[in-house]
Write a protein that binds this ligand. Structure first.
Ligand SMILES: CC(C)(COP(=O)(O)OP(=O)(O)OC[C@H]1O[C@@H](n2cnc3c(N)ncnc32)[C@H](O)[C@@H]1OP(=O)(O)O)[C@@H](O)C(=O)NCCC(=O)NCCS
Length: 143
């Protein structure tokens, strides 16, 4: 498995994976959004046998970083791909002197919550009706 930063030529494959991961109600990223984030934020991807197995998109704020989205193709789940992506991302954020990393996650997304807790994120608060369908979110944070 290779973990590396996404580049412009990855957009088509990232978009394909996004369509697999998220339905319209989850607002999957468009090709244009991927291009924008590759230029302005941070996308790490995991490549296995030439396929994009997963990615993590992090929004870069002034002092904090926010994980906007993470996903691993069903084919490659349960193989620590997401954990590896978070590790490499975290290393980079530390080297850039970010003080904390935050994220919001649907309270019904048990796998993602388990992943983030496993990595060391802690629950900070519950945000009521954060999503359009009325679902609450947990705000989680890693110092
Ligand atoms: C959440 C997701 C990214 C996990 O990816 P993954 O590569 O399978 O996860 P990993 O193999 O790295 O798992 C790491 C840890 O996460 C947790 N985890 C992952 N999958 C889990 C599951 N199905 N049930 C419970 N915990 C799970 C566990 O703590 C696991 O550690 P363990 O294997 O030692 O128990 C993946 O399931 C996914 O893409 N889901 C759909 C998209 C999504 O919901 N993204 C998050 C919101 S943007």
């Amino acid at each position: 498995m290779i973990i590396r930063k996404a580049v412009a030529s990855d957009v088509a494959k990232l978009y394909k994976l996004e369509q697999e991961l998220f339905t319209d109600k989850n607002f999957p990223l468009s090709k244009g959004s991927f291009s924008y984030h590759i230029g302005n934020n941070l996308i790490y991807l995991a490549e296995i046998d030439g396929n994009i197995a997963g990615y993590v998109l992090t929004l870069i704020k002034r002092r904090d970083a926010k994980i906007y989205s993470i996903g691993v193709s069903e084919l490659y789940r349960g193989k620590k791909v997401a954990l590896k992506l978070l590790e490499i991302l975290h290393r980079e954020l530390l080297s850039l002197n970010f003080e904390k990393t935050v994220l919001e996650v649907r309270i019904d997304n048990e796998r993602a919550i388990a992943l983030y807790k496993n990595f060391g994120f802690t629950l900070k608060k519950e945000l009521k009706a954060f999503y359009l369908d009325g679902c609450n979110a947990y705000l989680m944070e890693l110092e």
